[in-house]
Design a protein around this ligand. Structure first.
Ligand code: RP5
Length: 160
């Protein structure tokens, strides 16, 4: 199975990524996590992205806050799909990171999830890997069915 790379701009982003790591672990998807910053370690970030495909990765998840250029900087160096997680890390409550991540110029796409939406980033990465992995696809279908049943249970229990 292809690995998922989870890159964060700072170790201060780690708490936001808990849902991402938990979801990848639950689905038994191999991943590697690194701290590389588009601004503080641009060379290392670019080197990682450039060699990610030949190193067995299938998807790159990039989480960053403030002027969040990390996802775009990684996407510029690789044809692997890149999923951006805008992190709420400043006085602007993540809107800064959302706009910096989502507003990519034509030709270099980044699939951006919600502010702090790290669980969805992991699920989207899993869906990409599942395109060529039927066992993982079945796990995702089972998760959807569990979610479906749990909402129906809540509906049945509603007493207002
Ligand atoms: C971004 O700046 C990081 O992704 C982080 O969200 C934010 C603040 O980083 P620190 O100053 O906490 O290292 O590059």
């Amino acid at each position: 199975m292809k690995k998922v790379a989870v890159i964060m701009g700072s170790d201060s982003d780690l708490p936001v990524l808990e849902g991402c790591f938990k979801t990848l672990k639950n689905l038994n998807i191999p991943y590697e996590a690194h701290v590389y910053s588009a601004h503080r370690t641009p060379f290392e970030a670019a080197q990682f992205a450039k060699s990610a495909r030949e190193n067995g990765f299938g998807v790159i998840i990039a989480a960053a806050g403030k002027a969040a250029h990390l996802a775009g900087a990684l996407a510029a160096q690789s044809i692997l799909p890149v999923i951006g997680i805008p992190v709420k890390a400043s006085a602007l409550d993540g809107l800064d990171a959302l706009l910096s991540t989502v507003q990519m110029p034509g030709g270099i796409p980044v699939a951006t999830v919600a502010i702090n939406g790290s669980e969805n980033a992991a699920l989207l990465a899993a869906q990409m890997i599942a395109l060529s992995d039927d066992e993982l696809a079945q796990k995702l279908l089972d998760m959807r069915e569990n979610m479906h049943q749990s909402v129906l249970k809540k509906d049945a229990a509603l007493n207002v």
